[in-house]
Write a new protein. Structure first.
Length: 282
């Protein structure tokens, strides 16, 4: 039976220097978040497994996430960071390639200038992932979607997962050009998409379900339930939405889907995209 999976969350031991992106409006998450904290949320919602995702560009963090994954059986895989544009990227990939729990890599492209995804050194690094069975997670803002389409087209044999539905301008209630570019990206069958990080793109305190629903509708139309996967973005989500509330919202949106389609959204898609084990524990 397919396990229920949260395809996107983070662990960290907080320090201001290493997590400078956690601003003054995010004080709720300026503390440590480790497996026991998440396990309580999983029990309450019935989620059986998770994918741990990097939150800073550090080989040390990748190592730490793999250590935590080996200790916590509910962690089914890790999306870490390696210096993809570095001349010695193959050495790092070979080193981490011995880790079966490393299922993908990610770079914080949202923090990079326009044109980053066209860089030759970076694309060379991404071109090494497919042969190692590693996914690449795309973390971008809406303004980078057009660039991401061209980037994906350079790597037709690579599995990609788009994080946080490409961070649309929900605060501004702006659907375009995000919706148009999402549909373009979804035409590429090697791209999957995480339903995550949406509440934090709205107004942290005053958002309503109606503010988010149009973005869910576009993502569902574009990718279909078999290329969408549930993600909490915990603990970042806590600045706008509790774990249980986000899970309940996505369950409600998906209520009109068939049982099989819901099983894909809440586990099957993540298992296929990342090659996760389908057994409980290890």
């Amino acid at each position: 039976m397919t396990p229920t999976i949260d395809a996107h969350h983070h662990f960290w031991r907080y320090s201001p220097d290493e997590y400078g992106w956690i601003g003054d409006d995010m004080r709720e998450i300026r503390r440590d978040f480790l497996p026991p904290d998440l396990e309580a949320e999983l029990r309450a919602t019935g989620i059986q497994g998770v994918v741990s995702v990097q939150a800073r560009e550090s080989l040390d963090e990748t190592e730490d996430l793999l250590v935590l994954a080996r200790q916590a059986s509910f962690v089914r895989g890790v999306v870490g960071w390696v210096p993809l544009a570095a001349a010695d990227v193959e050495d790092h990939l070979d080193r981490f390639g011995r880790e079966p729990l490393l299922r993908g890599v990610r770079h914080l492209v949202q923090a990079e200038p326009d044109g980053f995804l066209t860089g030759e050194a970076f694309n060379r690094g991404v071109g090494l992932l497919a042969a190692r069975g590693l996914v690449y997670d795309i973390l971008i803002f809406e303004r980078q979607l057009q660039e991401a389409v061209a980037f994906v087209d350079r790597h037709p044999g690579q599995v990609f997962v788009l994080d946080h539905v490409a961070k649309p301008r929900i605060r501004d209630r702006a659907l375009e050009p995000w919706a148009r570019e999402m549909r373009r990206l979804a035409e590429r069958p090697n791209v999957f998409c995480k339903v995550s990080g949406m509440a934090t793109e709205a107004h942290f305190v005053s958002w309503q379900e109606a503010d988010l629903r149009p973005y869910w509708d576009v993502a569902l139309e574009a990718f279909g339930p078999r290329r969408l996967m549930f993600g909490s973005d915990w603990p970042v989500c806590l600045v706008a939405c509790g774990y249980a509330r986000w899970h309940e919202l996505v369950r409600g949106w998906a209520a009109s889907l068939s049982d099989g389609e819901q099983a894909e959204l809440f586990g099957g898609t993540a298992c296929r995209a990342y090659g996760l084990t389908r057994e409980e524990g290890r």
